[in-house]
Design a protein around this ligand. Sequence first.
Ligand code: NAD
Length: 254
Amino acid sequence: MSTTDKRVAIVTGASRGIGKSIALRLAGNPASPGGGRHVILVSRSAAPLNDLKAQITEAGGTADVLACDVADAKALAQGIEETAERLGRLDILVNNAGITKDGLALRMSDEDWNIVLQTNLTSAFVAIRAAARSMMRGKFGRIVNISSTSGVVGNAGQANYAAAKAGLLGLTKSIARELGGKGITCNAVAPGFITTDMTENLPQQVKDHVLGLMAVKRLGVGEDIAACVAYLTSDESGFITGQTICVDGGMTMC
Ligand code: NAD
């Protein structure tokens, strides 16, 4: 028996940036596709999530906070399973939490390789495994993995990050095939250059270069990604699965 009529959505890395935009969009306007969800806000520390929950509540939405390090597989799985148990349902999972530890491959430490793989890729697998049983029970599920254009076309200085983000694409397609018959879709969104804390410290030269590659001639914002995620997690997107959508202003067109 579920304790809420709303579809329940877990968004990892919701404290800021793209994850925050996704959480606000999913918790927002119930009349727009993908809106009106009860959103579980996941990130390492509770304080920014509590602020976001207050913002969502003030706007008429509902949310809960789950403070958890996604690189801690046991804690992540337990948090997701307990949430599904408590609410009696889990419909949507957005694996968005991610980090970078950039450097040339030949100089990259094992630590920087491992933590990026654990945080960006393994956490998504762990979260999907923990969430899938509830989705199967409800005969409905929408999983979106936030990859990157670096995972699609590669990027010098990001061997760890690009490998993790490319790994997400294989994970996405395999889960789509395994769970498609249960009413569960799994897709990937690959952002290009989005203005967030993750990218703000990059040199202006790099930003100008990226801008030059974009067909739409502007850098992306979190809401650009959130709009795509809202559709892919909506009830009406059930025939789209195993796809990677590059939301990158036409930078890669792949
Ligand atoms: P950000 O650094 O602004 O936010 C990352 C979020 O993930 C934060 O909420 C952070 O607290 C959370 N997080 C990181 N490690 C965590 C951990 N171990 N446990 C729990 N939470 C953790 O980054 P962003 O720019 O908003 O990026 C969000 C996602 O989009 C990432 O997966 C990133 O790789 C991807 N992406 C971003 C861009 C971009 O241009 N910003 C481009 C392509 C892909």
